[in-house]
Design a protein around this ligand. Structure first.
Ligand code: FEO
Length: 394
């Protein structure tokens, strides 16, 4: 297992999870990586652990560079187990190491592991720790992605180690974005934001502002998932995208999500597609029978209109629709215009459960629309007018 130098005396000692297909319900068609970095300075410092089942690979990469007894600090930027899983094993090998984290990080580590005998150095927002020629500055970023999350900045290297921030679930033989298929990496970065960080857009906006206020000069962003953004151009690309996604500004797109049993809800979905096309509005249609919820959420970031179609089953939401609505509700997209629609056999009004979620999210909406059995031409026309009403909603 080879360590790879990303800057003079700073090495990637992470691991690649080629076979990962899902991450707590989020589809990961390109696998993922858990990145960790070893800084060889007067006080040798390891930044972040990895998922427990790949800890042996991280350990081998570290051992290819230094003996564990020489490690002075282990920075824990985030305690979710994809980054902390290997920490207990690392602490057994390097019991002399001091863990640098924030107060919430210490509490979370204690809640996950037996931390007896571990030494901690607790930092606060903006604190710096010298490790020799370099200093580490810490920016606490609560809820990006857990209350304990923080980022580590090395000013002498213009290097940001932001853990979950700016990451992508993307695994390849490359280590840098410049060596990979950029459009795929950007799509995975968008997916990461939509499926992991979306509920915390306000915190993301604040973190970007704080980074600006602190005057961080960044030439490389090395996240703990996926590939490294290197050079001003790439760094600005991802920073600008985060600014855009955090702002909640949309690009006027329509997203139609539906499922169907006998084609009735699908027929309504097709009417909606036609109406948006006629209005010159970009539209995308996702069938829950074939798409994973996380793939659909990517399109929410720049969407203005969200339509969710449900075929009533046993007087309830169809299970795949219910699952999607629950998942989407948790990610809490803001500033959307919604229309719930669907079909039923004998009990109308089940689509109101979707409307309730729209209301809870504070979206603007038009009245839900549902129709008994197969919609005939007069019903399709009524629905077309309802979609038009949504398009005209101010
Ligand atoms: Fe990659 Fe929130 O863990």
């Amino acid at each position: 297992m080879k360590a790879i130098e990303i800057k003079k005396d700073i090495y990637w000692v992470g691991v690649k999870d080629w076979n990962l297909v899902e991450f707590h319900g989020y589809a990961t068609p390109h696998g993922s990586t858990y990145n960790s970095y070893l800084i060889l300075d007067d006080k040798i410092t390891l930044v972040d652990g990895v998922k427990h089942y790949l800890s042996h690979e991280q350990i081998q990469r570290i051992q290819s560079l230094v003996d564990f007894s020489k490690i002075h600090y282990i920075v824990v930027n985030h305690v979710e187990m994809d980054h902390s899983g290997s920490i207990p094993e690392l602490m057994k090998l390097a019991p002399q190491a001091k863990i640098i984290t924030n107060a919430a990080g210490k509490t979370a580590l204690e809640a996950h592991f037996d931390t007896t005998g571990w030494n901690f150095e607790i930092i606060k927002m903006g604190d710096s720790v010298s490790i020799g020629k370099r200093s580490l500055t810490f920016m606490t970023t609560p809820m990006l992605h857990w209350p304990d999350s923080m980022m580590t900045y090395i000013k002498e290297e213009k290097l940001l180690l932001p853990n979950d921030g700016f990451g992508q679930h993307y695994c390849s033989d490359a280590l840098f974005v410049k060596d990979a298929q950029k459009d795929v990496v950007l799509r995975e970065a968008q997916s990461y934001f939509a499926n992991i960080l979306y509920p915390y857009v306000a915190q993301a906006e604040k973190a970007l502002k704080t980074a600006g206020d602190l005057g961080l000069d960044i030439e490389m962003i090395a996240p703990s998932h996926g590939l490294i953004w290197s050079g001003k151009e790439e760094v600005n690309t991802i920073l600008n995208l985060y600014a855009k996604w955090s702002s909640g500004k949309n690009e006027g797109k329509a997203v139609i999500v539906y499922d169907t049993m006998w084609g009735a809800t699908a027929a309504l979905a097709d009417v909606a597609v036609g109406e948006f096309q006629a209005a010159g509005i970009p539209v995308v249609k996702h069938s829950l029978a074939v798409k994973n919820v996380s793939e659909i959420m990517i399109d929410f970031l720049d969407a203005e209109y969200i339509l969710i179609g449900n075929p009533t089953l046993n007087n309830q939401l169809f299970p795949r629709v219910a699952g999607f609505v629950t998942y989407m509700h948790g990610l809490a997209p803001k500033n959307k215009k919604g229309l719930a629609f669907g079909s039923y056999g004998w009990k109308p009004g089940v689509v109101n459960k979707i409307q309730d979620v729209f209301n809870d999210l504070g979206w603007k909406t038009v009245a839900p629309f549902d129709e008994k059995y197969t919609p005939k031409s007069d019903v399709l026309e009524k629905f077309r007018l309802r979609v038009q009403e949504l398009i005209n909603l101010k």
